[in-house]
Design a binder for this molecule. Structure first.
Ligand SMILES: Nc1nc2c(c(=O)[nH]1)N[C@H]1C(S)=C(S)[C@@H](COP(=O)(O)O)O[C@H]1N2
Ligand SMILES: [Mo]
Length: 353
């Protein structure tokens, strides 16, 4: 692969609001270059003012507090390296097809987010004994096709997840201020959950003592297993175990000889314990070599395999990751009406000639 990445661009899925996808097959290993990371927005970008640098924490707390940006930066910091995967990543692969942004495999990012644990802030405000959920509201808002008034982007977290020390209010990304499109100046980062939980441009944190029912919680980001009814619906939370074959490309034509099959794998629970590969449409499986980074908890891992091939023909290559909770990628993704959480065994078809 060329060392010059200046030709790498995002792939446009829509422009208003802006939704663009990472060129995931070409992403250099462990490269955290922000401008190659996907952008997923429900509304047009918010306009920020001086008030955007203040963070109110209100609701079921003992002392509501307005934290300044400076207060936050001066508190003990916490850094997490995190995969953020859009719940709609790979939606384009569902059969039958579903409506929504037709993401292929690149609604995915990994970076180092630095900030203050939400828990540290909630220790300062104190929590009322009946507090059950923490609602984060973004500065962005607009109309939805299904409701006739405007909404801001808002999501809640159960109190246990909100109090996990790795759930942070971030103010830096890869050692720089957060880029505007990714949530400047403050963004909630929720490791292990699909990225809809990581609310950008935080305007306010409200602690509540009942169930939150905003549309981005109870209409969107819900798995609906049925096409015609809401029976069996349940919320989207933790990332499923997943992987991508980055190389070779789907439908690539190669010659005989040695080829490196490589890709990434990640999970929302535990760590990746193995990645298996098949070069014969799933008949036999071999172990890929995992290049394990230190503290792989919230990161994707890179894997590879040296494939020596002398016989010409068509080959179906498959990658299947398993995590330390023994969750493994299924042969078929669980179909759901809004197309979330696609994690079937990753497949590319190539030809050797
Ligand atoms: N305020 C706000 N936060 C948001 C969103 C949004 O539209 N508004 N989109 C969510 C979704 S669905 C995803 S996948 C991620 C995308 O983050 P990125 O644009 O930084 O890649 O942000 C999440 N946080
Ligand atoms: Mo998303």
């Amino acid at each position: 692969m060329s060392k010059n990445y200046s030709d790498l661009n995002l792939i446009v899925r829509s422009l208003l609001p802006e939704n663009q996808e990472t060129p995931i097959s070409f992403l250099p290993e462990d490269h955290l270059q922000t401008d190659l990371f996907f952008r997923r927005n429900h509304f047009t970008y918010p306009s920020l003012t001086n008030s955007s640098y203040w963070l109110p924490i209100v609701g079921a707390v003992h002392t509501p507090i307005l934290f300044s940006f400076k207060d936050l930066v001066q508190m003990p910091s916490h850094t997490v390296k995190v995969v953020l995967e859009c719940a709609g990543n790979k939606r384009n692969l569902f059969k039958p097809k579903v409506f929504g942004e037709q993401w292929e495999k690149g609604a995915l990012s990994m970076g180092r987010w630095k900030g203050v644990s939400l828990k540290t802030l909630l220790n300062v405000t104190g929590l009322k004994h009946d507090a059950t959920e923490v609602v984060a509201e973004g500065y962005d808002y607009g109309n939805r096709t299904d409701i006739d008034h405007t909404f801001s982007y808002m999501r809640s977290l159960p109190i246990e997840k909100a109090l996990h020390p790795d759930t942070i209010i971030a103010y830096a990304y890869n050692d720089k201020p957060i880029p505007f499109k990714h949530g400047f100046p403050l963004r909630l980062i929720v490791p292990q959950w699909y990225a809809m939980a990581s609310v950008k441009w935080i305007k306010q944190i409200r602690i509540i003592n009942k169930k939150f029912h905003g549309p981005f919680q109870s209409i969107d980001y819900v798995y609906y297993p049925q096409k015609e009814s809401d029976a069996g619906a349940y919320p989207v939370t933790y990332n499923r175990v997943n992987s991508i074959i980055q190389q070779p490309l789907n439908r690539e034509v190669l010659d005989t000889g040695l080829h490196i099959i490589k890709g990434i794998a990640w999970t929302g629970k535990g760590t990746i314990s193995k990645v298996e590969l098949s070069v014969d449409h799933g008949e036999t499986w071999i172990r890929a070599v995992i290049d394990r980074p230190y503290n792989a908890n919230y990161e994707w891992i890179n894997w590879s395999y040296e494939w020596e091939i002398s016989k010409k023909g068509e080959y179906t290559l498959m990658a299947k990751a398993t995590d330390s909770f023994n969750r493994t990628q299924p042969p078929e993704a669980m179909w759901n009406r809004k197309g979330y959480g696609y994690n079937a065994i990753d497949t590319v078809v190539i030809k050797i000639e």
